[in-house]
Design a protein around this ligand. Sequence first.
Ligand SMILES: C[S@@+](CC[C@H](N)C(=O)[O-])C[C@H]1O[C@@H](n2cnc3c(N)ncnc32)[C@H](O)[C@@H]1O
Length: 184
Amino acid sequence: MFELLDAAKAFIEGSIKPDSVLCDFTMGNGHDTEYLCRKVPQGKVYAFDIQAGAVENTRARLEAAGITNAVLIHDSHSECEKYVAEEISAGMFNLGYLPGSGNKNIHTMRESTMPAVNSAIKLLKKGGVLVISVYPGHAEGKLEGEMLCEALSKLDKKYYCVTNLRLINSPDSPFIIAVEKYDK
Ligand SMILES: C[S@@+](CC[C@H](N)C(=O)[O-])C[C@H]1O[C@@H](n2cnc3c(N)ncnc32)[C@H](O)[C@@H]1O
């Protein structure tokens, strides 16, 4: 059975070394940030969210786990190039709204998702991978998915491999787009 998160992790794991720099572009409650931090004990994870509550939840989660290699940034992922000084080996976007927050009105939006994904691709080092989880079951998620598939299908195949992994008999189910930057 297809498990979205397992598939997302499978895409990025090969590109990560213990001292890599990574980005979680949608921090939320910090599950993905914690997972990424554990992958790079000698490296660093930048994590972004526009909601103060998400940053607080993630800070508490990491403190409880004794994790100290994250840089938590309360700002939009579209501003990531202002904060991330290094090239990154992998990045994750988990689009949509904060699970458990009760406020489904705060969610990722096309106008910031597209510049953020473009910046993330610029930050990727050769051999790096960006994985985006898309939720087409709500209106904005569907439009985000269409926008991303159209834009990313135009990336030059000489430099990038772009994969779209989705359930073809369940079009509203979450799906993945992975952007791999060739190591050459
Ligand atoms: C599906 S949740 C992420 C789940 C998270 N990765 C986890 O492990 O719990 C999506 C998150 O994206 C955040 N978000 C929405 N717009 C954003 C933006 N422009 N920049 C950064 N984060 C944003 C939301 O606040 C929400 O917390």
